[in-house]
Design a protein around this ligand. Structure first.
Ligand code: AMP
Length: 699
């Protein structure tokens, strides 16, 4: 029998004996009151009489997440270590905060919030740009034992109002403006006021951080508006501070609304105890961030779960340093920014979405900045891992960056695709960079991580029992594609219900498989070695003549073409086969060709790649080429549903219908560009359900 790899042993221990595995993990965290045990299982009975499995982590425990994130490190003598670097190319500012300074800021702000009426268990809605006070806000709320609900700064008033009604916040914490890349500052005053006007629930207070780039007009005290800086200054002058308020393990730390590419947003409830324990493990074990001296750079947004976990909570739980970045992968000022940050702050682990790397590849196709500017002078030597999540990473991008890391970063540095969701709170699968998973395991700091398989998101992480099942919920054989589900309980960072909505939790995640599995909504494969590949959302699986194809697999084949930087595949209705895959592609040329219809050579080459890598049956029903036409969410996910709606309409000869665009969209203009491209394409190629079929042989 070959000796099992450490990651396999750790995983097995977490699944076979969760009680002792997680009890050991819980010892890494400070408890105001120790839990009686790690896991308790029960049954939940819903109003309609349905019963399902329920579980809770660390019952009987009391914990303060901020105590673990800040006070603990100060008390251990690490108060002068840097907790946060803020780097904002959009405003030309940089700041740094030690753990001592962070504690001062958080205690004062928590004091302010208490004076403004926020109490343990209250919800506070945070609508902020990527500035340090956004992190202070989240921490101050948690410090009081209250619950934060962070909404992406810049969301529309309607989306914000929806979240206000759902979470009923006592207060809103916001800023005078946000700055998105190279765009002008976006004033938040009107957005917030309109949202409050629209919402049937009205928060008592709006606390406003004034930014010098655009101020919030008059701060209307009579409407509950308060000047944040003034309140904090006054608190500091008066020596006003709030101490930590511990909460029960099962109490909420925060609510996060899922990215909502469809339907009404769901409020995922994160519980305090499981979150701290699970995230602490994930930070050290998977990301290799252990404590002082380690620097995490997560290029994400605090409105997204990745931002909650890996910009803020996890690096601080570990006592490490985090880089908060207000900028974009390109345009602020160019494709060098990420690598400049790695060099400047000696980043040891970096985390971003594959879409950011694709953007960099489009701008800097020969990796000049990575290689010739920062790499060659040894500026990237501290980097041990480049973590990617949010959507599927195609092998070509993983392989390209793996080569770059091997040449220019720390010895053994790896690119790690890891898969997770708002619901899971931490990666469900990945490749562990370090061996720190408790005393019983070989805790030598460096171990050889499992081999990376480009295209797979690694193996299941501790506590996540990942399976692939058919539509009846029966497990399929290894290597076959199916629905990705998880057995219960989920790992401690994951949700156990939705915010005040047990019914929707059951309906959304358990009902499909009769309470046997938690449905992730993703489709994919687990191979012989246990590596998980996430191929697409289950809704994006395309049925071509009774064969199921994932958009991810087809996109992957298309992007092996050297001239194609990005592809998004959706199904188009076809009279013969039900659906055909249809691709939107962006070429990696500085001068992108204008016509929507790609030239014939390119089309032939792409069809050949698909034939070779997937099979002739997956041949495309068409290709549209264009720049800036693939809409994304702010967390970097391709909004295939929008593109699908466009081509479905086009197949019926309808080009000007309104498209439902989710509030999470990053760039609304992309929808208009795509609409125009679709119109142009079908004007040339002919449209209609029948014609779309006819157009196919011409390709
Ligand atoms: P969110 O809750 O907004 O974080 O979205 C979660 C969804 O993002 C997952 O269910 C997947 O569909 C997708 N996702 C996240 N990480 C990955 C990954 N590494 N590979 C493929 N899809 C991913």
């Amino acid at each position: 029998m070959p000796v099992k790899h450490l990651q396999d042993r750790v995983y097995e221990a977490s699944i076979t004996d969760p009680e002792s595995f997680w009890t050991k993990q819980a010892e890494q965290i400070h408890w105001h009151k120790k839990p009686t045990n790690a896991l308790s299982k029960s049954k939940k009975v819903l109003k309609n009489g349905v019963t399902h499995d329920h579980w809770s982590w660390f019952p009987g425990g009391e914990i303060s997440t901020t105590y673990n994130c800040i006070n603990r490190h100060v008390e251990q003598g690490n108060g002068d270590k840097v907790a946060i670097y803020w780097d904002s190319p959009v405003t030309g500012s940089k700041e740094k905060y030690t753990y001592n300074q962070l504690l001062q800021e958080v205690e004062a702000l928590a004091g302010v919030l208490r004076e403004e009426g926020v109490q343990k268990g209250d919800v506070v809605l945070i609508y902020m740009p990527m500035i340090p006070s956004a992190l202070f806000a989240m921490l101050a709320v948690a410090h009081l034992g209250a619950v934060h609900a962070v909404v992406f700064g810049g969301f529309s008033p309607a989306a914000l109002a929806q979240r206000m009604e759902a979470s009923r916040p006592r207060a809103v914490m916001t800023a005078s403006c946000g700055i998105e890349g190279t765009k002008d500052p976006l004033g938040y005053k009107e957005l917030i006021e309109e949202a409050i006007h629209k919402s049937s629930f009205k928060p008592d207070k709006t606390i406003i951080w004034q930014r010098e780039q655009m101020r919030w007009g008059p701060v209307e005290r009579e409407n509950g508006q308060r000047d944040w800086q003034r309140l904090v200054k006054s608190a500091k002058n008066r020596g006003l501070k709030a101490g930590v308020v511990p909460v029960k393990s099962e109490d909420g730390l925060y609510i996060i609304y899922t990215s909502g590419t469809t339907g009404l947003p769901k409020g995922v409830l994160r519980t305090a105890g499981g979150h701290a324990v699970g995230l602490n493990l994930s930070m050290k074990y998977l990301f290799g961030i252990h404590g002082p001296g380690d620097v995490m750079f997560t290029a994400s947004d605090i409105g997204w779960v990745v931002g909650h976990s890996f910009i803020m909570y996890a690096p601080l739980l570990a006592g490490a340093t985090t880089v908060l970045f207000e900028g974009k992968p390109i345009g602020t000022p160019d494709a060098r920014t990420f690598w400049r940050i790695v060099e400047e702050y000696k980043v040891t682990s970096m985390f971003t979405a594959p879409t950011a790397l694709r953007a960099i590849r489009r701008e800097d196709g020969d990796n000049h900045y990575f290689e010739n500017v920062y790499g060659e002078r040894g500026g990237l030597r501290t980097l041990r891992g480049l973590f990617l999540a949010g959507e599927r990473s195609e092998p070509s991008i993983v392989q390209m960056y793996q080569k770059l890391l091997t040449r220019h970063c720390a010895g053994g540095a790896v690119v790690v695709d890891n898969w997770w969701s708002s619901e899971s709170g931490s990666p469900i699968s990945g490749i562990a960079l370090s061996a720190a998973a408790g005393e019983d395991f070989d805790s030598s700091y460096r171990h050889r991580p499992l081999a990376i398989k480009a295209g797979s998101a690694g193996k299941a992480m501790p506590g996540f029992d990942v399976r692939i099942v058919d539509d009846e919920g029966n497990e399929v054989e290894r290597g076959n594609m199916g629905n990705i589900v998880m057995g219960m309980p989920l790992a401690p960072t994951a949700f156990t219900t939705l915010w005040e909505d047990d019914e929707r939790f059951y309906k959304g995640y358990l009902k499909r498989f009769d309470g046997k599995w938690i449905d992730t909504g993703d489709a994919g494969v687990i191979d012989e070695d246990g590596y998980v590949s996430i191929m697409s959302r289950a809704d994006d699986v395309i049925n071509v003549a009774a064969h199921r194809f994932s958009t991810g697999a087809i996109e992957q084949a298309i992007t092996t073409h050297p001239d194609i930087a990005e592809a998004a595949v959706v199904g188009i209705p076809d009279q013969l086969k039900g659906h055909l895959p249809f691709a939107f592609v962006t070429l990696s040329l500085r001068q992108h060709p204008n016509p929507a219809v790609a030239d014939e050579t390119l089309v032939k080459e792409v069809q050949k790649l698909i034939r070779e890598q997937i099979g002739a049956i997956a041949s495309l029903g068409g290709i549209i080429q264009g720049k800036g036409m693939i809409p994304k969410t702010r967390s970097g996910k391709t909004l295939r549903r929008v593109l699908r709606e466009l081509v479905e309409n086009a197949a019926h000869g309808e080009f000007d219908n309104d498209i439902t665009v989710p509030s999470t969209i990053e760039d609304r203009d992309a929808v208009e560009v795509a609409k125009a491209k679709v119109k142009e394409y079908f004007r040339v190629k002919g449209h209609g359900l029948h014609k779309a079929t006819e157009a196919r042989p011409k390709l």
